[in-house]
Design a protein around this ligand. Structure first.
Ligand SMILES: Cc1ncc(COP(=O)(O)O)c(C=O)c1O
Length: 400
């Protein structure tokens, strides 16, 4: 009998190596939220992606810019877009910036925040740390770790108005860091700061040779007084300072992906070089829509008043029930203490009552005991949620 031909057997499949940073990423409350959403009929205050339509003139600008031929977008952003951003900075903040050297277009602020440490952090150096406040937006941490830096979260507290005060950290911690992220108006607490706050942080950052990176993506969602920018606190010298801005919240353009970095020209020159490699420029038709959006302030004021109306409904309810609200000066988030003290348990009880909110611990351990509401549902849906909430309190399903 001829022997069986020597057929090579397939090697046993092995999984490819994994970046340990990816494996370490915490899984957020998202799965629980998704499971709850699948059950339907919930009023959803969980994700910060409001449903108000993008203004018609912005959509039209995108359509008008669709060309028969498609080309790669420029990494730095179209000159017209950078000019529109510079003009907005001048109008809104009274600061003059050079659109050629002090503005860089980005595909929203998330990727800009994620990529920034790649241009700043030396993974083998003495200043590997990146400071950021927690509870907070998780991308400061993730961008740092994927860039080989050390994430150094600073716990924020209600009694400090959820402010990250660099001056309280001590020289060793400051001099071991290359970037300090601040984010006001703040996600998740909605806390706002004044110009003096920025002046102090700029002074500390400069004294210790840190980049002060200010995530200002909620800057246009204010209620009592316009939120200032770090750019106003620099007396015309933007060295060592960068502001990250976005059209997502300002203009209802989360799906378009457009924002900008504004500040230190030397750093932006480095980022330009980096961003040629990352390939993260927005398509040209999005950049045209973004140019139109930065040029108009009326739609921003209208959006602000819509969020103001939703906010008033919920704040009146909190006041009437005695639920403690903290921060919540600006942004479309409301931040309140979980009655009973356990945010995860309260989040679950709220789901059972037909309302979806995010337990504060999803934004870091410093958020434990707190809850975040994103004012995403319509005003009518906010009223319906309040009725459900009141009914669940009345029959003892929710503590107060
Ligand atoms: C604090 C903060 N920064 C940045 C972003 C990213 O926004 P975008 O990438 O849409 O500009 C978000 C999104 O929710 C955020 O909450």
């Amino acid at each position: 009998m001829p022997s069986e031909p020597n057929v090579p057997t397939n090697p046993v499949p092995r999984s490819v190596p994994t970046n340990p940073v990816l494996e370490e990423l915490p899984s957020y409350f998202t799965q629980t939220l998704n499971d709850a959403l699948e059950r339907g009929s919930l009023v959803d205050f969980s994700v910060g992606d409001p449903h108000e339509p993008t203004p018609g003139f912005i959509r039209q600008a995108l359509v008008d810019a669709l060309t028969p031929q498609s080309s790669y977008p420029s990494a730095a952003g179209q000159p017209a877009l950078r000019r529109a951003v510079a003009e907005w900075v001048a109008r809104r903040h009274g600061v003059s910036v050079d659109p050629d050297t002090q503005v860089l277009a980005t595909a929203g602020s998330k990727e800009a925040i994620f990529h920034l440490p790649l241009a700043v952090v030396d993974p083998g150096g003495m200043r590997r740390r990146v400071l950021w406040g927690e509870p907070g937006y998780p991308i400061y941490d993730r961008g740092t770790r994927f860039a080989g830096g050390l994430s150094d979260p600073v716990t924020l507290r209600a009694e400090d108005g959820w402010r990250l005060e660099l001056g309280d950290l001590g020289p060793d911690r400051l001099q071991g860091a290359s970037i300090a992220w601040v984010n006001y108006p703040h996600n998740p607490t909605g806390a706002a700061v004044d110009l003096d706050y920025y002046r102090q942080q700029v002074a500390v950052a400069r004294e210790h040779g840190l980049l002060l990176a200010s995530d200002e993506c909620y800057q246009e969602i204010w209620f009592d007084q316009p939120a200032p920018s770090v750019l106003e606190a620099c007396d015309g010298d933007l060295t060592g300072v960068i502001a990250v801005v976005s059209l997502s919240k300002r203009s209802g353009m989360t799906g378009y992906r457009s924002g900008a970095l504004i500040g230190d020209a030397a750093l932006l020159a480095r980022l330009r070089r980096l961003r040629v490699t990352t390939g993260s420029g927005s398509p040209d038709f999005v950049q045209a829509a973004a140019t139109a959006a930065w040029g108009d302030q009326g739609h921003v004021d209208e959006r602000r008043s819509v969020f103001g109306a939703k906010r008033a409904v919920l704040l009146a309810f909190f006041e009437q029930t005695g639920i403690e609200v903290s921060g919540s000066d600006a942004t479309f988030f409301l931040w309140f203490r979980a009655p009973g003290g356990d945010d995860a348990a309260y989040g679950q009880a709220l789901i059972d009552a037909g309302i979806l909110a995010t337990p504060g611990r999803s934004f870091g351990p410093g958020g434990t005991g707190w809850m975040r509401l994103a004012l995403v549902p319509t005003v009518e849906a906010c009223r319906a949620a309040v009725e459900r909430w009141q009914a669940a309190i009345a029959d003892g399903r929710l503590p107060v």
